[in-house]
Design a protein around this ligand. Structure first.
Ligand code: CAA
Length: 252
């Protein structure tokens, strides 16, 4: 796919990886629909989109079915087309499954912590992927859907919830590649390692130091290095249903 003038939706676009993807795809001349919980939070990300053919911002909760249906209807009405989706919106609510010390239960992951992450990271990807696919099939021009997974999909301490979702979105990318090829829709997934974003900055210092010491390339990744992988999936027409790992060779 030639990215120029293609209509691409990026969820979780206000900061971090989503903002970096927006900036990179803008430089290729894309038309961007940036989505986050609050449309106002994307002013900086939109302003950084130099070279874009068009940039619009939309506030929506990806975990809310009515909002997602309305979101994609609005985007297609505004741009008249839909060519790409990056399912990037994601949150963490890290906690150990159980913490048992000196014969006593100290803590456990709450159902709220579990459910909040499942709602945004898994249900949100399902809803946005489904709505995007419906519009793409109806419009008849094919498209590309990319799910942002994580190195944590292999199972990371303190992330029962997050790891389950990031494994799930990889599986959905494979499933959709098989189901949607008949409509000319390709899919892909990207699994970032530990990247310099607010999400990673929020980790406890001890955990960050432990991880940093384990990365063979000896540094955290940069957001644009993930955006580069996203660009590759858009542009390579024989890529579908597979995952690109961008993690400095770290294995959890
Ligand atoms: N690997 C191995 N051991 C770990 C660990 C890790 N990543 N994280 C914590 N532990 C160990 C601690 O060393 C500690 O062991 P000891 O009791 O032997 O000292 C034990 O687990 C308990 O840790 P805490 O005292 O910190 O317990 P807590 O209940 O206060 O917090 C926690 C637990 C929430 C899991 C916290 O340790 C934490 O946030 N860890 C980091 C989790 C993580 O890696 N998150 C990734 C966030 S970035 C992201 O998600 C983006 C992405 O896609 C990669």
């Amino acid at each position: 796919m030639n990215i120029q003038n293609k209509v691409i939706v990026i969820t979780g676009a206000a900061r971090g990886l989503g903002a970096a993807m927006a900036k990179r795809l803008a430089a290729q001349g894309a038309k961007l629909a940036l989505v986050d919980l609050d449309a106002d939070s994307m002013a900086d990300a939109a302003a950084a989109c130099e070279g874009a053919a068009d940039v619009r911002t939309y506030g929506a909760n990806v975990a809310n079915e009515d909002q997602v249906v309305a979101l994609f209807n609005n985007i297609v009405a505004d741009f008249g087309s839909l060519d790409g989706l990056v399912n990037n919106a994601g949150i963490t609510r890290d906690a150990l499954l159980i913490k048992y010390k000196d014969g006593e239960l100290v803590s456990k992951m709450s159902l709220d912590q579990w459910q909040m992450v499942i709602d945004v990271n898994l249900t949100g990807v399902f809803l946005c992927g489904r709505e995007a696919a419906e519009h793409m099939a109806r419009l008849g021009n094919g498209g590309v859907i990319i799910n942002i997974s994580s190195i944590s999909r292999a199972g990371n301490v303190g992330q029962s919830n997050y790891s389950a979702t990031k494994s799930g979105v990889e599986a959905m990318a494979v499933t959709w590649a098989k189901e949607l090829a008949r409509y000319g829709i390709r899919t892909g997934a990207v699994a970032p390692g530990f990247i310099n974003t607010e999400m990673v900055a929020a980790m406890p210092d001890s955990a960050k130091e432990k991880i940093a010491g384990m990365v063979p390339l000896r540094r955290m990744g940069e957001s644009d290095e993930i955006a580069q992988a996203v660009q590759f999936i858009f542009e390579n027409d024989y890529f579908s249903g597979r995952l690109i790992e961008v993690d400095g060779a770290l294995r959890l």
